[in-house]
Design a protein around this ligand. Sequence first.
Ligand code: URP
Ligand code: ZN
Ligand code: ZN
Ligand code: ZN
Length: 476
Amino acid sequence: MFDIIIRNGTIATASDVFIADIGLRDGAIVQIGGEMTEARQMIDATGKYVLPGGIDSHVHLSQPQPPGIEMCDDFESGTRSALIGGNTTVMPFCLQEKGRPLREVLAEYHALAEGRCHTDVSFHLIISEITPQLLGQELPALVEDGYTSFKVFMTYEGLRLRDDEILETMDCARRSGALVMVHCENEDAIRYLIGRHEMAGDVAPKAHATTRPTLVEREAAHRALSLAQVVDVPIVIVHVSNREAMDEIRRARERGQKVIGETCPQYLMLTADDLDRDNWEGARYVCSPPPRDKASQEACWEGLEQGVFDIYSSDHCPFRFNDDKGKLNPPGKTSFRHIPNGIPGIAMRLPILFSEGVMKGRIDISRFVALSSTNHAKTYGLYPRKGSITIGADADLSIWDPAVQRRITHDDLQDGCDYTPYEGLEVQGWPTTVLLRGEVVVDDGQLVSSRRGVHLARDRSPLATKVFNDKTQPSI
Ligand code: URP
Ligand code: ZN
Ligand code: ZN
Ligand code: ZN
């Protein structure tokens, strides 16, 4: 007797596509194919894809902001929207607050998330200040407890680390077996360009894109990879927007470095022209790195197809537009410099990749599964419990109907924002049914369950474990 049998769906994993039934019991996948008759619930998936639930490994929720600005998704609204878009696990960031023990800050994030998440959740740590105590004791202990990835920033005043600090953080990651994610943009060059633009009175949102050109991303990607080579650690280069940064990843791999590349829907769908709108409207599209041009979009698609990118995440970082704590009225709004960086995308990430990628023939369904779920689980230490359709794995599944056509409107996405950058986009294919650990949580595109997600302590990334276990010194 099964709890649920999903009948006759086209099951796709990162390596296989086949038609079979799946039997679920006690929150797990217990049978794939073969005789299955009795269940409390039958789901007919004829003509539909049955896929591992999406894992969005780059999401910002309830992250504290400078005075006068507020992020508009908390763990409830953000994970609800994630679920509607076919995700069953999200990985938000815990931002270290300077001068406070990281574990204390993490406890506050857990308190905010506890009992409110619609998906399973696992935190990355953002390192904004290094101390001997942090690198010597705190971080290694947190890695042991399942927080096995840190993000460092090369941009944003107050958040960026200097190169020596990045090296020390990478060294800590090597010693503790963590994986470092790097935001690659050269802050000093950006500040120089912002100064010049402001002096010239060029302060509209579109200047956000011209003051963060591709070369500042390329330079920082090259530097991050060089620093990683000095320490001999694998890294993830997050939210890559253009070909030049992609070429840095390719070259690093040719040198033998282990590097994971990530891109996001905004770099496939938006351009810098979206920032060039009257009445501050361009602020809606301000994120960093900024959207580029059509050629960069094509480059990013190529990267998804050919494997420069292993990971495709939303970088969901939502601020309301018509809000005195959002993008329209940031304090001192006379300059683009004050617009909070980030755009919403947690619900639209997968429908965009499915519709523009799979349905338009750019990628096949197995590549979709790899980019949307399996590679996230493998990279960040959740595999095979998550990101796979195998016996014993959590029954986190999304059933996609390729026949559904939808015109996107923000109201359908159920996030806390007041716009979507993809308003009016026509998509083909939708995750009509979603199961979280064996329970139907989305049916016919609607939330139908009050089931709550749990926190996932993660294993070390297999990439990081390799250097962790190799106790010899870096070869340089
Ligand atoms: O503009 C962006 N990407 N905001 C989110 C923070 C980050 O850098 O990932
Ligand atoms: Zn970033
Ligand atoms: Zn300009
Ligand atoms: Zn981000």
